[in-house]
Design a protein around this ligand. Sequence first.
Ligand code: ATP
Length: 354
Amino acid sequence: MIPRSEIHHILDGYARDEITLATMGSHTALQILKGAQDEGFKNLVICKRGVEEVYQQFGVADELLIVETYNQFLDEKLLKELRERTVILIPHGSFVEYLSPKRIETELSVPLFGNRMVLEWESDREKERRWLTQADLRLPEEFKTPDEIDRLVLVKFPGAKGGKGYFIASDPEEFERKFEKLNLRDKERFTIQEFVIGTRFYPHYFYSPLKDRVELLSMDIRYESNIDGISRLATILQDCPPDPSFVVTGNIPVVARESLLPQILKMGERVVKASKELFSPGLMGPFCLEMICTEDLEFTVFEISARIVAGTNLYINGSPYSHLLYHEPMSTGRRIAREIKDALGEDSLESIIY
Ligand code: ATP
């Protein structure tokens, strides 16, 4: 168990010129590793046996550690080895999913880029809603009970892993019919949310505590099965439409109308400000707001991911936005390494490791 007051001691004994950036071999590891190399760091990837070939094949990993299960990640022997190698870990989506926010906060005794507290705020739906409300964002309406359903809604379950298991309903009867079919044991744990109609944007932000600046690095749209497939057959399927599902299968690049950029940037800034008020020192590094733009050109935000998201994999070589900011290929993975390098340069590594 790592008490919060102790978190800074986690860097004790770390030779600043020996730092190795490491991550788990999955999700966005390729760009994190490449970004570390581009910024002049040694890197290391910890892989579950069987996936190491990817990292060898692309030549982006200086060193590889193999584990049999993701649970092994928290073995004291491995953690000790990581500390001995002066490792700073970079979290990503799979990292959080396999290790759980609680275990990362309390058991991971290796320096981690960013603020661990953020994981608890993004994974608990009530806290997440409080955070986004404090940031003055427009959120989808939520219905406390199925009887209140008076429009198209999306029924969400916790830990859905990319929308798996979600269903839509238009009235209480449709809800009951679909819900019964699921045969769930834990009947209470779901959220009924207004289904917002519009176009989706998933902007990839980066908050630099060193520069106190929110950067818009890139944006994507998630490609989801079967909802995105159904839209191609809308007229053919008119008589017997299948139930839509929202399983992420890929990512599509997008840029927003330029006149929407001020709103998009302001939303990112307000989220960072609210995070500082709620859980100081707040959010740092990469994050994504998942949002829908309606025909009135207003955004409704339905989720925050407070770490690097998989959609950034489109931009290993940079995006139109990151190009304007950096004039060099700047992926989100590389931007993380740059922040660590800048912190080392001004001897303030403590300000980005919590
Ligand atoms: P992840 O954790 O990977 O972000 P998740 O399991 O939390 O995914 P969401 O991101 O909340 O799932 O939702 C999955 C998909 O469902 C979204 O990408 C979007 O297409 C759709 N969706 C979610 N909420 C809404 C909403 N309120 N209105 C319309 N569509 C929505």
